[in-house]
Design a protein around this ligand. Structure first.
Ligand SMILES: [Zn+2]
Length: 284
């Protein structure tokens, strides 16, 4: 009886907890792709992120116009990455498609992008022509590559293209905490985002192996949502509520690094973005 009362009180207090108790979030994995455009206007999509505590987000989209729609409205909140997919059909063939290479080279002329990706790739295709060219462009322009690949493929990419900084999407989706820790130790140009990795905190309790890796390499991890289908936009807020729960189980400095400081450091707002933000939001 007493327990249930305490529980009810905790739920009420939890629900009423001020937003200030939450850490600001840098979300390293957002898409605003063609099917999303009709369901959510750019303003609505940006307000969903803001309501979830997301201060800034890496955005990439199929096609890239989706990213530009958000970036134009909020240049200080969106970190644009150029996705090498004109349509979803490019997903399986982009790595050897000269048309994709031309698309990427043309779009990069805008000069706004901080990375190329998210892309999918198999270990056997890491040296394919379009991958080579994209890695070359990334090295020249100091862009990140955001790769949704397994642990074998990320290791090959890091070895083949040692000048390029890699952002490993979903921590390889199924790679274990110890595998991720080993790769982060070995490759100083590897950063990792944790979108969809519910194994980090099953049932809300931070997994001890992940915790050990986060505490050892606090400057190498970021959180992310992955709005890979339109319905994901509905859960952004709940998703980040769950993220805040496990972040709160880390030492404060580690939690802050993973929540937003790593993203802020790696992708600091440019002078052009400061100016553009002022133009897009004139003072009243
Ligand atoms: Zn994705």
């Amino acid at each position: 009886m007493r327990w249930s009362l305490l529980l009810a009180l905790a739920v009420v207090l939890g629900a009423a907890a001020p937003a200030a108790a939450q850490l600001p979030i840098f979300d390293a994995h957002i898409h605003y792709s063609r099917p999303d455009w009709d369901a959510y206007s750019p303003e609505r999509a940006l307000s969903i992120l803001a309501a979830a505590g997301v201060r800034r987000a890496i955005v990439s989209s199929t096609p890239d116009d989706g990213t530009l729609k958000l970036y134009e409205k909020a240049p200080k909140s969106v970190v644009p990455f150029l996705r090498p997919y004109r349509t979803r059909d490019d997903m399986g063939s982009w790595h050897r498609d000269p048309g994709v290479q031309a698309y990427v080279e043309e779009r990069l002329k805008r000069g706004i992008y901080r990375g190329i990706g998210e892309f999918h790739l198999s270990a056997v295709d890491t040296a394919a022509p379009t991958v080579r060219r994209i890695a070359e462009l990334a090295a020249e322009r100091e862009l990140f590559l955001q790769a949704h690949v397994d642990d074998v493929t990320i290791e090959k990419l890091l070895t083949l293209y040692p000048k390029v900084r890699l952002l490993w999407a979903h921590a390889g989706m199924s790679a274990s905490a110890s595998t991720v820790g080993r790769l982060v130790e070995r490759f100083p140009k590897l950063w990792v985002e944790l979108a969809l990795r519910t194994d980090v905190a099953p049932d809300g309790a931070l997994d001890p192996e992940w915790r050990a890796v986060f505490v050892k390499y606090p400057d190498r991890f970021m959180v992310g949502t992955d709005t890979w289908v339109t319905s994901r936009w509905e859960i952004v807020r709940d998703y980040h509520r769950a993220v805040q729960t496990w972040l709160a189980q880390l030492p404060r400095d580690v939690a802050e690094a993973i929540a937003w400081k790593n993203g802020e450091r790696l992708f600091s707002v440019t002078a052009e973005e400061e100016q553009a933000e002022k133009r897009s939001r004139p003072a009243h």
